[in-house]
Design a protein around this ligand. Sequence first.
Ligand SMILES: Nc1ncnc2c1ncn2[C@@H]1O[C@H](COP(=O)(O)OP(=O)(O)OP(=O)(O)O)[C@@H](O)[C@H]1O
Length: 726
Amino acid sequence: MTDHDEQHHDQDEQQTARVLHLPSERVTTPNTEQPATESAETEVIDGEIVKPPQVGQPTKSEPGSALVRADKRLPILPAWAKDAEEFRATARWALGYAGHSAGFHAVRCPVYVTRVVMRIPAGSLRMVGGLLRWIGDAEGLPVRLASARREDAAEYLKLSQQRDGRVRARAFLAAGLGAVGLAAILLGHAVLPAAAQWATVALALAGLGWLGAPSDKPIASRAVESTKVPKLTSGAVETALASLGISLINQALGKGGTGVGFPRPIARDGKGWRADIDLPPGVTPGDIMERRAKLASGLRRPLGCVWPEADNAEHAGRLILWVGDQDMRKATQPAWALRKGNRVDLFQSQPFGTDQRGRWVDLRLMFTSVVIGAIPRMGKTFALRELLLIAALDPRAELHTYDLKGTGDLDPLEPVTHVHGVGDEPEEIDKAVTDLRALRDELRRRAKLIRDLAKQGLAPENKVTPDLASNKTLRLHPIVIGVDECQVWFEHPDFGEELEAICTDLVKRGPALGIILMLATQRPDAKSLPTGISANVSTRLCLKVQGQTENDMVLGTSKYKQGVRATTFAWDDKGIGYLVGEGSEAQIVRSVAGLDGPASDKVVAYARHLREQAGTLTGHAIGEQLQSEQDSRRDTLLEDVLTVVPEMEKKVWNERVIARLYELRPDVYGTYREAADLTAALKRHGIRTGQVWGTTDEGKGASRIGITRADITEEVTERNRHRDAG
Ligand SMILES: Nc1ncnc2c1ncn2[C@@H]1O[C@H](COP(=O)(O)OP(=O)(O)OP(=O)(O)O)[C@@H](O)[C@H]1O
């Protein structure tokens, strides 16, 4: 997307301004990148050629003011203070932490009191002993003894005199303080209320008890040790890194090594701790991510809490380690704004899932195409169905849903979908072929229409705008096609190539024209997800996969090398995957949990209600069947009749037209046996047949049922005129 596009989109958003959700992070940002291709590794996609600096040469100073420096400014406020949701989460954590400590100590109060009482004698002795040692100048004793051992009479005499003076002074001071203390006690006893007196006595006894506690056994136990979420410390991180068995790290952490760097303090980030780590030279975040389970073991945390990531904005050795308080797969997700139904505008970003920090990640479906890949049972269908549910909540969107596995996972969408295919039986494949051929024609119609509208200044970016999509007469509403287990189509022996060609076209040209293709597959390889499609798709979601090839097939070339590895997900990480949105960095996202069949039914019920109000229920949703391939061929009946009846033949008997039609297309017109068949077929096109005069092969004149060519010409002309206008 160009800047211009984005500006326009912003305008669109302003025009249709309606706050649906306050995202903390947008997935959709302007995309200037070309989709990854197989050759992307060797191609310069974007950027300028920069001469590498010569070693040992002085680097040129940057032009401009001496005050302008390339120093990186750290944010004034920490991330958690800038986002309302995060602020609340952090405050909740702090309050919880304080509450826990308070509760912990409150429960142990009787134990603490007993400990204090038991330690009062020892405390008293310690206090008296300390006082006597102070008055007797005990600290000077070793020096005096040393001078006595050396038999240095002069020095000993000097030290003794000093000691005598000090003892005298301290004795007086102690006696004075004692007298003042006694007077204060008597005064307090006379003037203070009884409660204050008891409190003072208790405080004094507590002080004695505290004094009597051995230093290795404090009176209060440590509350933090018993909290479920220990603070992440640099020491813990280093221990965990050292447990990974990476020799470069072990060298760095060993004696005389450089250690690992912590460019900023470990701090709270959302519902967890974030550590930015400079790994030793030669170690990449990918090396750590591969050993996520070992890292979790080293940190003594559940696997679902430990999320190492590469920081692509920094150098290749910078790791961001986020350690959540709770296992991501068990953490309760904040409520999904669309769960109870909500009108949606597909031109705006909608909440799709939550990241590790529990923040919503939004996705804009318009102008995109989606591929979802994962091994079976990881939540692929749930994610696809969620996207279709979001689409269903925009009453303008026309849905085409294909559940090629045939288990009915997409059936909840039946009340709103325009075309619904289930399974891979021949008639279902026929239906899909017919539908996709029609969609290809629709794509062409839209391309032409957008071109015309752009000339009139109505489509400034040569793509569908919210206004154009809402204009019913233009028929530029969003069309959303969701296909689960799409490999069934592309591997089909007869139609595979054709379906692949159409889908490739839809992925490439569809987004600008308001056609959104979403494909999900459990076997992301070149056959089930053709490269023409995988290279051009703009939004990718990859749940757990087994290897690098599948990873890069779904997420884009080189993603594995860059450290974006969906192979690191565990078997229990259901619904958790890497999401690469349009022009945005890969991020870990968990799709909406608990969006099962009954929950989907509720969303669909609302979506249907919206469509009933908007009058946009069509096709399968209102019981209309998609015209079969044969039916759609009959659409060319009028043209075919005009082909077989030359202009000079004004009127022709039905039987003769049927014979000629059969010669033209035996497979289509083989079912026409008598004149009435043609009469019935023409009637569906609004054409009436009647008695017409003609001559038999033997030259005899007769009146039989036939057509008037002019009626058909008129109807075809009229229809073409309407189609062009539409
Ligand atoms: N966001 C999520 N949070 C928790 N569990 C989830 C989430 N998404 C899906 N699941 C669970 O994962 C399981 C598998 O989901 P789903 O049927 O979508 O997998 P699939 O990859 O499509 O499997 P298959 O290939 O067999 O169709 C379901 O039981 C579902 O409850």
